[in-house]
Design a protein around this ligand. Structure first.
Ligand code: ZN
Length: 257
């Protein structure tokens, strides 16, 4: 039986605190998108161990001999000046070995561009909900987004109801989407590894493990499709209505439909 307590702590600590020379604060540099203003930036994240009755909080897992250590990671976005705070769980388990789990505590959720008024319910409300839960549960966010995408394809793109993968095939085959959107909607299946997770296609609202970036990609695709199906047609209809008004004012017949 290995000594889990030491296995759990030493490798994780050395990974995080190597830069700090054994001090309880470490600095690491990573690229990230600011959850407040969505600008991409490179910043040094400061990691500090959370104390509890002494220098370090150690969480013991019931009936197990290994421990969990928590750190707090702070960043400041150079573009908007807002703080980003993430709690990091440094854990170990027999199946995964050392692992890190990140919980973004500030801000709650990721800012996304506000939805234009042309985007109607239930699509708008499903999308907002998927944005709101993204930080706490990418799995739940991806499930809401997949469900919303399927509803959009069925009700607005008018594909024949089937599983999501076939519905995506049908909308791609119709060649109605602009190239960049077709490519992005196609990528959902590859990024989400639908081959290994068929439930993502057959039961779109199911809460299933997500791949890195999958939940964010789904939201990006929804935004693009909303623009294509709701926003751009509304803008064009408004412009044509203005032309027809000018024609009517000039005593001429309206544009042919
Ligand atoms: Zn920012």
């Amino acid at each position: 039986m290995p000594n889990f307590a030491s296995v759990a702590l030493i490798p994780v600590r050395s990974r995080v605190w190597a830069l700090a020379g054994g001090k309880q604060e470490a600095v690491s540099s990573t690229a990230m998108k600011c959850p407040h203003c969505l600008v991409e930036f490179h910043d040094e994240a400061h990691d500090i161990e959370l104390p509890y009755r002494g220098p370090r909080l150690v969480e013991r897992v019931p009936n197990r001999s290994y421990q969990i250590v928590w750190t707090a990671q702070t960043r400041v976005c150079p573009a908007c000046g807002r703080a980003i705070i993430t709690l990091v769980l440094h854990g170990w388990d027999p199946n995964r070995g050392n692992y890190l789990q990140f919980v973004q505590v500030w801000p709650k959720g990721t800012a996304r561009a506000a939805l234009p008024a042309e985007v109607v319910d239930p699509f708008a409300s499903d999308y907002r909900e998927a944005c709101n839960v993204l930080a706490d549960s990418p799995k739940a966010s991806a499930a809401l987004s997949r469900y919303c995408l399927q509803r959009l394809l069925r009700e607005v793109a008018k594909v024949k109801p089937s599983d999501l993968s076939k519905e995506i095939d049908e909308v791609l085959a119709s060649k109605t989407l602009p190239g960049h959107l077709a490519e992005a909607i196609d990528a959902i299946r590859a990024v989400g590894n639908f081959g290994a997770h068929p439930l993502k296609s057959t039961n779109t609202g199911a809460i299933i493990e997500v791949e890195p970036g999958e939940a964010e990609l789904l939201l990006d695709v929804l935004e693009g499709l909303f623009d294509f199906y709701f926003v751009q047609p509304a803008i064009m209809a408004k412009k044509l209505a203005e032309v027809n008004k000018k024609l009517a004012d000039a005593g001429k017949p309206p544009l042919k439909k």
